[in-house]
Design a protein around this ligand. Sequence first.
Ligand SMILES: [Fe+2]
Length: 531
Amino acid sequence: MRTSRRILLKGGVLTGAATLAPGSLTPVDLRSTAAATPFRDTPFSLGVASGDPLPDGFVIWTRLAVQPLADDGLGGVSPHSREIRWQVARDERFRYVEASGRAWTGPAEGHSVHVEVHGLRPGREYFYRFRTDREVSPVGRTRTAPDPASYPSSLAMSFASCAQLEHGWFTAYRRMAEDEPELVLHLGDYLYEYSPGTVPADSGNVRAHEGPETASLADYRRRHAQYKTDPDLQLLHATAPWVVVFDDHEVCDNWADEVPRTAASVPYFRDRRAAALRAYYENMPLRRSAIPRGLEMVAHRRLAWGRLATFHMLDTRQHRDDQSCGDGMGSCGAEQDAARSILGESQESWLAEGFAASTATWDFLGQQVPFARMDTSPTPDERLSMDSWDGYPACRDRVVRAWQDAGVRNPVVLTGDVHDHLASEVLSDWEDPSSVLAPELVCTSITSGGDGHDSDDGRYRWAEQNPHIRFWTDLRGYVRTRVTPDSVTADFRCLTGVSRPDQPAFTRASYVIADGDHALHQVSATPLSSL
Ligand SMILES: [Fe+2]
């Protein structure tokens, strides 16, 4: 573990490519040969990634690009099919190779490679790399999920969302990697569609998007490539397997099924959505089951960590009814319609079946938008976001009833979207803070919104109307959890800033959820002003 960390973190960036003799895949010391090929020449400039671990394997990913920002989105790679060789080993020097093979890619795939590796042992750490011609990729570290019948004593899982490249440095991804999580969840807004400088952060934009607002396949491919060149993002991808779900900005702001937020024509939006989802698949460590077919991509899925935890990963964009009441911050009564759904009928059934079948101690809902009520009106009237579950209250009730009917032991909702850390509780009666059904952990953004600010008491600005929101801060960061049979500990990790590079992270507050309890209990708090 220590050696691998040295390799992965050496010099603050991933180790570069090494050179092998053609036709050989003999073990090499990637450190000693790293200087042989300048980084700018490697086709592995976008790094490597892995994801969706199963007990016998995972997906490993890379995408070839020598000029990541090329206008056509194809990374300056010649338009031929290429053979990519891959290896998975027990050690970072590839002395003990456990699986290897060949894959083909070309311009139709955006020069991306997704290999679903099988036949490995459960609950183990592995290392992987790719090679094409004489070029060898950086080494990634990943792991298989535990045996389904086993009961792991702990899981280190961190989750994040909302990384607007212009708004700050992705240092939070680096701090996440330094924690060495076993699993990373990304809950959406992995990238943003905006043209350069359209959305300024209060602390100033530190860099600019390349190209226009994303609309075509070439635009989305290039935008993904720009994000993937970030060394902090590459580092976290190469450190642990990710489980990713998209939210709105991977396509465009607040889209709902086939309806964009703004008045762009629907036929145009259908093309845009298809292009965005195709580029998303190409650039993420996803299984073949997620290959988009036209407009549709199967994004919801379930993963198990032995009998300790089940992750129900939801898709709240592709199947939702259009936001009601003009898609703003005001409810108008129309959102109460019992027929409305944020998941769609078939995903609701799939989720209920998953609750019924689960025997896990912890059932996590990995999803995009706030689940518990958030009333942001200072007056007795309500101000609710029609884009979050507050815009689909009947659907929220059905999900709660489904986990209650199934006797789910410990439901825990994980959320992104709002660019604030929130420790919140789902209540059966929003007027009665003792009626707790489940905790909701909301992670702040990686950068979106810029440096942000803190309050010494960690009190939500509208705490009076929302007594179930126990903690809030508007700093940037991520949530780090430790899951055990007895409890989930959630550390709300924050950065002192993102407008300057390489800032430190600290634990702004820690909460514990005890098995069978559902409520959140604060165990520590450290305001920014006390550092
Ligand atoms: Fe966001």
